[in-house]
Structure formats: structure tokens, C-alpha cells
Design a protein around this ligand. Structure first.
Ligand code: IMP
Length: 186
């Protein structure tokens, strides 16, 4: 998608993270994960919907046998503020008992979503659970949350693109940008 696209009018003109930087970082994360799991296999779990682009790119950089599964949890609704409530909309298809799990998320903000999911999956008997997130907003943290692989640490702004949405829009922007406040203030 061209940067003159209409969608780019709703994000700040200075992009936060370009598609080139994303690709470079995803490659490095994939190499790191490959090294850490070199003698194992894993179940990569995409937390829908925001992580799908990151997930698709990341798993192609992980050079160990893996299977994939999907989960959907929601805590936001259509607002830019976390509701603090986590609801499972779609659960995993297969049992994870005894498996090494890599949870792949788009962004960690308050930390509530992942903390909830991690506790839940631990109770189901996973052998190990690690977390990979493309973005981390440490200033938004409300619960303590250990993240194993972080793409980029970003300031406390509302961002969209590369899978991240505002009211389900902007996921198809290939770069990551700060949403202009006029979009959610009108
Ligand atoms: P947490 O439970 O507060 O850590 O929220 C994580 C979820 O909130 C993410 O998976 C996103 O869906 C959403 N979220 C948090 N910050 C942003 C943002 O800046 N843009 C888009 N979605 C966000």
C-alpha cells in the first residue's frame, strides 16, 4: 500500500515504525526464538485479531518444527481505553498439555490480557509458556507481566497499522503510526 493512501490521513505523518524496520526486527526475533527452541518443537498461538500480520511474518522466521493455533480475547470494545475485563471469544482448537507454547500478541498495554491468558494456559498443563509481542507500552502496565520477546518499546500513544486497529479499522496499513486524536474525539 502506498503512503499516499487515504488511510494514512488518519495517522500522524511521521510514522512510528516503518514496514522496513518491522521486517528487520521480526527477522531478529525469529532468529532469537529459533536459537531458544533449537532442540524442541512448539505451538505458536496467535492472539486474534491484532497479531495476525506479525504472526504470519514471525513464524516464517522461526526455523523449528511448529504447529499453529488461534485464540481471541477481548478487553477493549471500540474504545482506546482498556476496560480491564478479559473475555474469551475463541478458544484453542487443540489440547496444549505438555506442549511448549509461544503466545504471539500485537501489543502489551495494561498486561491484563496476557496475564489472564498465561494463567489460564498454565492451568491446562502447558510444559512452558513464553510471550512474544511486537509492541510494548510499559507506561500502561497495570499488572506485572514478564514478556520474553519484544519487538519495540513504544510511548503511551494509541497506535494502528500492521494488524492493530481502532474500531476494527486500519489493520491493513503496512506501517505503524499514531492515530490522530481527531479520529476518536469526533
Ligand atoms: P492489555 O490487556 O491492556 O495489555 O491490552 C492489550 C490489547 O489491547 C492488545 O491486544 C490490543 O488489542 C489492545 N491495544 C492496546 N493498546 C493499543 C493500541 O495502541 N492500539 C491498538 N490496540 C491496542
Amino acid at each position: 500500500m502506498d503512503k499516499n493512501s487515504m488511510l494514512y490521513q488518519d495517522i500522524e505523518s511521521e510514522l512510528l515504525i516503518t514496514r522496513e524496520k518491522i521486517a528487520e526486527r521480526v527477522r531478529v526475533l525469529g532468529q532469537q526464538i529459533t536459537r531458544d527452541y533449537h532442540d524442541r518443537s512448539l505451538v505458536a498461538v496467535s492472539i486474534l485479531k491484532g497479531s495476525v500480520l506479525f504472526f504470519a511474518d514471525l513464524i516464517r522466521e522461526i526455523d523449528v518444527p511448529l504447529t499453529i493455533d488461534f485464540m481471541q480475547a477481548s478487553s477493549y470494545g471500540d474504545s482506546t481505553e482498556s476496560s480491564g475485563f478479559v473475555h474469551i471469544k475463541k478458544d484453542l482448537d487443540r489440547s496444549i498439555e505438555g506442549k511448549d507454547i509461544l503466545l504471539v500478541e500485537d501489543i502489551v498495554d495494561s498486561g491484563r490480557t496476557l496475564s489472564y491468558l498465561k494463567t489460564m494456559l498454565k492451568k491446562r498443563g502447558a510444559a512452558s509458556i513464553r510471550i512474544a509481542t511486537l509492541l510494548d507500552k510499559p507506561e500502561g502496565r497495570q499488572v506485572e507481566m514478564e514478556v520474553d520477546y519484544v519487538g519495540f518499546i513504544i510511548p503511551n500513544a494509541f497506535v494502528v497499522g500492521y494488524g492493530l486497529d481502532y474500531a476494527e479499522r486500519y489493520r491493513n496499513i503496512p506501517d505503524i503510526g499514531i492515530l490522530r486524536p481527531k479520529v476518536y474525539q469526533q
